[in-house]
Each structure stands twice: as structure tokens, then as C-alpha cells.
Design a binder for this molecule. Sequence first.
Ligand code: ADP
Ligand code: MG
Length: 254
Amino acid sequence: VAKPDAILVADDMSRHFGGVRAVEVEHLEIQRGTITALIGPNGAGKSTFFNLITGFDRPNSGRWSFDGRDISGAPSFRIARHGMVRTFQLTKALTRLTSLENLMLGATGQRGERLLTSLLRPAWAAQEAGIRERAEELLARFNLSHMRDEFAGTMSGGQRKLLEMARALMVQPDMILLDEPMAGVNPALTQSLLGHIEALRDEGMTIVLVEHDMDVIMSISDWVVCFAQGKVIAEGRPDDIRRDTAVIDAYLGT
Ligand code: ADP
Ligand code: MG
């Protein structure tokens, strides 16, 4: 039974690739306004789970709701409009567009394939000023204003991670899913990324992140969910999870 402040509730989610049971989640809830860490060994199904609930992949079975609304099977752009967005483990910034253009494109809730149709919509011109303003604000927030007119392809890995997060925020989501936001980011930028994530939570946003670094997890997450072989094998407060024998086995036993 869903807790009263669950923003995301997923039931009986499964996704199989041939014989691989990538995701087999009976029940998972994310509580509103928290930072939840998804942990687990490589191949545990974390990214696939993100793909399913954000509409980038279709499950073999499953129902899930966001903010009390059944969004099972909805396409990703619609889910983004309802307020749930995600970033990708490998950044998807369009390298031949500038930072500013990447962000403005994010406002459409599209990923780029439909750039032209998005830009040709009559609504675009009317909205453009507001979208540009929000993009500039986010560039400033993430200390990327100096990269405004640079091609994303020229940015460092860490800057691209920030750009990707900023782009996801263009639709003013209630919940953001970050797939390994710290991977390949230098230590100085990691601290600033963590600060940004905490600030978003403190503003009321719900955040789910896939992360491997236990120190990072312990320092920022309110709740930890451990995946192994597609299933949720444990969840709890960070301090309890780090001592959980099933979690320790999942990491050490593979
Ligand atoms: P994680 O993000 O936890 O490392 P993934 O969700 O990426 O794990 O992968 C879970 C399992 O599903 C792995 O065994 C992976 O090889 C498999 N898998 C993921 N995506 C695909 C795909 N598109 N085609 C085939 N197998 C896939
Ligand atoms: Mg992954």
C-alpha cells in the first residue's frame, strides 16, 4: 500500500531481454521531497528501471503512477510534461548545438530527434523569450554562463553532466532521475554537483540517483534502494543499508 507522500508508485514491473530478467520489481515507492539512491552491481537493472518509468522503454508488465496519476505506458515526452524527467548514464547533449540551444531544446521535453518539429510549432515563438530566460537562469545556476555559446561537444565531461541536469530542469519537473551523475566528474565538480542536488531537494524536488560511491550515498541520500539481478533486495536508511548483509553479499558476491 502506497504511503501518503509517495510521488511515484510502481507495481509488478518486469522487463526481459531474451532470457535476461533485467527488471523484476514487485513494488517500489519514492517519497516526495527526498533524495533516494539506487544502488546495486553493474547489470542489476537500475538504468532499465529508469527507462521504464520515464517511458523510454516499455516493460513486459507493470503499472506505475506519478503524483497520483496512472502513467503506465505513456510516452516519455508526456511523462516529462507531468513532471518526471531523467538524465542518461552516458550524456546525450547534442554536441553540435551550443549549451544554450541544448537547454532550450530541453524545454520541449524532446531529446533532439524532433528538433525541427519542435522549433516549427507556432507555440514555440510565443514561448521562446520565457524559455530563453529560464535557460539563462539555469546556466547561471550551474556556473555555465561562460559556456553559453560554446558547442556542447567542446565541454568537459563534468560540464556536460551539469548541462544534462540543467536541461532536464528546463521543464520545471517535480522529480528528476539522475543516472550516475557523478561518473567521470572530477572531485571538485562532484562536490558542487552534490550541492546542487541537495539544493534541489531543499526546494522541494524529488530526486532519485544511481550512484556507486558509498561515501556520496551516505552523505546525501535520505533513503537507499538496493537492486540486484533486477529485484529490489533491500531498502532503508543509509546507515542501515551499509550494514545490510544482503547488500554486502550483492556487491561482494558477484
Ligand atoms: P545497471 O544500470 O544496473 O547497470 P542495466 O539496467 O543497464 O543495469 O542492465 C540490466 C540488464 O539488462 C543487464 O543484464 C543488461 O545487459 C541488460 N540490458 C539492458 N538493456 C538491454 C538491451 N537494450 N538489450 C539487451 N539487454 C539489455
Ligand atoms: Mg546503469
